[in-house]
Design a protein around this ligand. Structure first.
Ligand code: EPZ
Length: 417
């Protein structure tokens, strides 16, 4: 397995362009199942998860070609309706094919999802919504088996905000008979851009950007051309790379107002920003102030930038408290950061981070996508050499991560394992 070797202490400079958003692209790829035709998608990131989703819809009978940020998907001959264990177990987002398969074929057989190691990842909200829309759901030998004569519009309230369940329910509702009202929907930018994509395909959806989406089923949808949203989590990760190395760097091709509360927290930590259109330049302060965060649905602090912020707080001038409000145990990076001489105490969904003067390089292990990014950021600031194993996690969600960091002056190398 590949490893990163990082020599810490380099100042960074220059600018990098953010890639397309993984979490905007995955539901869009699944939604191509809803219409028979040719899709041309732009600004597609080159990631393991995108390859896995492409392989899944190819297995269902679509033609999928992906090169240089462009993806061509032809779903004309798509006739499969089973998402097998060996694929779904590698990526939780495979569950996204459930809604569109039910909508197109009236049946779907999807293995229970796996995904990254951030606790149990239930899908009860997805299944509740499909049943409300008229599907019969049975669970057999680790598979979700869903069937329906036809999907019929319904009123659905999510007991908690769920990005995935919102996306899946939208894909089932757009071809259902009659009106569907979804309440307490996720309003993440990736969901907003997904709603716009479905409308472009011919769906009738009102309420984009709000937590109440009203969908009127239509008889047919069409294939389209579309450009993917840029990745706000990648943008945030690189801004923290600037903050933790006290470097002034510029991020381009991003959408500043998609970073919500993240900006406010970095400002409290002592960073200034120059923002011009889709460019952000970070100007870190001399010291890193301790700042408390609590992760919550958009526009509050994003859970996917929690680990990266914790890495920054390990070098703050005081104590900060990080509360993980979305996933039950998304602190696997804390123990690894402590191996770099950080001082973090985890207590349930709270992590108390007491800033230290200096991190020191050591061998550490990546455990999930964003935890891996946090270890890289800490390694950039640590004294000496940090070796990070199991970096396939990084390749799931960050395109050319080490190349982008190297272009900013970081001393990071990939050792093929
Ligand atoms: C999406 O995951 C993202 N993944 C995650 O990003 C992100 O962390 C998460 O949303 C929250 O923003 C993709 O978009 C592919 P949820 P998802 O449903 O949809 C619970 C990354 O690093 N829940 O919004 O799986 C769930 O356990 C990944 O790019 C249920 O209880 O997350 C969690 O506590 C990691 N029942 C909360 O809701 C359900 O049926 C929010 O999860 C579904 C979810």
């Amino acid at each position: 397995m590949d490893r990163f070797i990082i020599e810490g202490g380099s100042k960074l400079s220059g600018e990098i362009a953010v890639s397309g958003a993984k979490n905007a692209t995955l539901p869009v790829m699944a939604a191509t199942i809803l219409a028979a035709g040719e899709f041309k998608l732009e600004n597609i990131p080159n990631l393991i998860d995108i390859k896995l989703m492409g392989h899944l819809i190819r297995m269902l009978g679509a033609r999928v070609e992906h090169e240089e940020g462009r993806m061509y998907i032809d779903t004309t001959n798509l006739d499969g309706w089973e998402a097998p264990y060996e694929l779904v177990s590698k990526m939780r987002a495979s569950i996204y094919v459930l809604g569109p398969l039910l909508a197109r074929f009236g049946k779907a057989k999807v293995s229970f999802p796996g995904g990254c190691a951030i606790g149990t990842r239930p899908v009860d909200l997805h299944l509740m919504a499909m049943e409300k829309l008229g599907a019969t759901i049975t669970i057999e030998h680790g598979y979700i088996i869903a069937e329906c004569e036809k999907l019929v519009g319904a009123d659905i309230t999510f007991r908690k905000v769920s990005v995935g369940a919102t996306a899946n329910s939208l894909m089932a509702a757009v071809l259902a008979e009659g009106e569907t009202n979804l309440y307490n929907c996720a309003i993440e930018p990736e969901i907003q851009s997904f709603v716009e994509f479905l409308i472009q395909m011919g769906a009738d959806i009102k309420g984009v950007g709000t937590s109440h989406l009203c969908i009127k089923g239509v008889p047919k949808l069409n294939s389209v051309k579309a450009e993917m949203l840029s990745d706000r989590i990648e943008a945030g990760t690189f801004l923290i790379a600037g903050a933790i190395t006290r470097s002034e760097i510029t991020i381009t091709n991003c959408v500043p107002n998609h970073l919500g509360e993240f900006f406010d927290k970095l400002k409290l930590a002592g960073c200034g920003f120059d923002i011009m259109g889709n460019m952000i330049t970070i100007k870190p302060g001399e010291i890193i102030n301790p700042v408390n965060i609590k992760t919550a649905p958009f526009p509050e602090y994003p859970t996917d930038l929690q680990a990266q912020f914790m890495a920054l707080m390990t070098l703050s001038s005081g104590e900060s408290v990080i509360e993980e409000g979305i996933f039950p145990d998304r602190f696997t990076h804390a123990a690894e950061l402590n191996r770099l001489d950080a001082n973090i105490k985890v207590d349930g969904n709270l992590a108390r981070v007491r800033g230290v003067k200096q991190l020191s390089g050591a061998p550490v292990m990546a455990t999930d996508l964003r935890a891996s990014a946090a270890l890289v950021l800490a390694g950039l600031a640590a004294q000496g050499t940090t070796e990070i194993s199991r970096i396939y996690h990084i390749d799931r969600g960050y395109e050319s991560f080490e190349h982008k960091l190297t272009s900013l002056g970081a001393n990071i190398k990939r050792l093929k394992g």
